[in-house]
Design a protein around this ligand. Structure first.
Ligand code: KIV
Length: 270
């Protein structure tokens, strides 16, 4: 699984063979420049989900329900989840596994909308857990996470994201639940893995957690390409007067413009 947030990145992720494209609320940080995911609205998520859906042919598109879109009432949660389906997602993801969340997930499932669970470090709870920290390090917390995973499985989630938990705990949960686990910072024992598009490709220069493997430095490549373009414009090397420019249809037309007596300028070749 990989995140994507717009038409071109969804097309690339899909063409590369990604099985699940998550329109993550991480877009708040990597695309919209917010300090965390809490500012992201349903409208912003839907806007990006539509673009991703248009760029995806093969992968399953999962829309990440943002903060406060599934916290107020069951009715509002189901309506918001339905908006993701209308925007082109085939499923939604919801953070948390406590009892109240299970009821919400059941209500959304009851509206025929598949739900992906997400436990461990749930960034929408950052203020309650006191930061972006490893979860389930101690046995009591780990037991709570196992119970939540089992409850999400029992409620009918089709998969569960495990974020930033010890490898040993992720292995145990993966063994205990009947649905695939998808890890991010949860070690190699999960059934699948997920990364944020901009982290994987080196497009985000904010904090990069230990669990991210950067496969390219696209941000640096973009910077170099743009710097070259600016240099070419400023030095007159771009655009080329022949290959990158349009021309009047014939010398006759040019003469009508410049007059017979004037020397017709030759296109600038640079
Ligand atoms: O928002 C997101 O990108 C996520 C993944 C990191 C799982 O929730």
């Amino acid at each position: 699984m990989l995140t994507a947030y717009d038409f071109p990145t969804a097309k690339i992720a899909d063409a590369a063979g990604t099985d699940i494209i998550l329109v993550g609320d991480s877009l708040g940080m990597v695309v919209l420049g917010y300090p965390d995911t809490l500012s992201v609205t349903v409208d912003e998520m839907l806007h990006h989900t539509r673009a991703v859906a248009r760029g995806t042919q093969r992968a399953l598109v999962v829309g990440d329900m943002p903060y406060l879109s599934y916290h107020i009432s069951l009715e509002e949660s189901v309506r918001n989840a339905g908006e993701f389906i209308r925007a082109g997602a085939q499923a939604v993801k919801i953070e948390g596994g406590k009892a109240q969340r299970i009821k919400t997930i059941e209500a959304i499932l009851d509206a025929e909308i598949p739900v992906m669970g997400h436990i461990g470090l749930t960034p929408q709870s950052v203020n309650v857990v006191g930061g972006f920290k490893l979860q389930g390090k101690h046995a009591d917390d780990a037991k709570r996470l196992i119970d939540e995973a089992v409850a999400l499985d029992g409620a009918g989630c089709f998969s569960i994201v495990l974020e930033c938990v010890p490898e040993e705990l992720a292995a145990l949960i993966t063994e205990r639940v009947s649905v695939p686990t998808i890890g991010i910072g949860a070690g190699p024992s999960c059934d699948g893995q997920v990364l944020v598009f901009h982290d994987l490709l080196g497009l985000y220069d904010g904090h990069t957690p230990k669990f991210v493997r950067r496969y390219a430095s696209i941000g640096d490549e973009m910077l170099n390409a743009i710097a070259k373009y600016l240099e070419d414009v400023r030095s007159g090397r771009f655009p080329n007067g022949v290959t990158e420019s349009f021309h009047m249809s014939s010398t006759e037309e040019l003469k009508k413009l410049y007059g017979d007596s004037v020397v017709v300028p030759m296109p600038k070749v640079n």
